[in-house]
Design a protein around this ligand. Sequence first.
Ligand SMILES: [Zn+2]
Ligand SMILES: [Zn+2]
Length: 262
Amino acid sequence: MDLVAELGLGKFIFTQWMSNLVRYFIAAGTGWFVISFAFRNYLQTRRHAPTPAKKSDVKREIFHSVKSGIIFLIPTLLLVTVGKDLSLNRIYWDIEQYSLTWYFASYVVLFLWHDTWFYWTHRLMHHPKLYKKFHVIHHQSVYPTPWAALSFNVSEAVVESLVFIIAVMVLPFHWSVLPLFNVVSILLNVHGHLGHDIFSRSTLEKAPFKWFNHPSTHGQHHLKHQGNFSLYLVFWDKLMGTWIGHIEKKNPRLSEGSLNYK
Ligand SMILES: [Zn+2]
Ligand SMILES: [Zn+2]
C-alpha cells in the first residue's frame, strides 16, 4: 500500500499534520480538563505551582507545541519520499510477515528505544553550549501545564523526531505501530506535565509506580533545570546518578491543614 500515491503528497502531509494536532489537542485538552474541571477540588492541594497557570503561559505552550507538530512531519516526509526511493525504511504492511510476537514486542522495543534516545539527547541539550539553541523554550514553563508537552525549540523538535527515523531504518515495524505508539507517548508526556500529583507520594514509593516518571519528577526537572532527564522510566536517571527525586510543593493552600496529602 502506498498512501502517498493514493492521496497525493499534499493530502498526505495535511492528514499527517492533522493527526499530530488532533492527538496533541485531545491528550493535552484531556489533561487540562482533568486538572482544571473534573478533579479540580481533589487536586487543588496537589498542585506544584504556588499559583495557577497564567493564560499567557498556556498560549505560549500551545503555540510552540503546534509548531512542533509541523516539524514532526519531517521524518514522515523523508520516509515516504527519499526513504522510499532508497529503501531506507523497513515499515511493512502485513503483520504475518514478521509474526504476531514481534508485532507486540516491537511496541516494547520502541518504548525502550524512545526512552533511551530522549534521556541522552535531553541530557546533552542541557549542556551550557546547547541549552539556548535547543531546549530553552521547553524550560520557559517553570511550572508546566499539560499544554507544554510538545513546547520545543524547532531544533529540539527535529532531534526528537529523529528517534523514529532511526528506529524504522534499523528494525522492521508494522505500519500501525508508530501511530498507535505515538498515542501512548503523548498521553504519558502529558501526564508528566500535569503539574499536580495524581498519586500520593507514599504510592509513588511503591512498585510499579517508582519505576516510572510522574508529574512530580518531571516537575522537579522543570524547576531545577537539571537531573530527572528521563521520559517514561526512571531507569537511566537512577543508573547515571541524575535522579533528583520529587518536586517540593509550593502551593500555599497546602499549609491550610495539608488536606489528606501524604
Ligand atoms: Zn530539560
Ligand atoms: Zn517537560
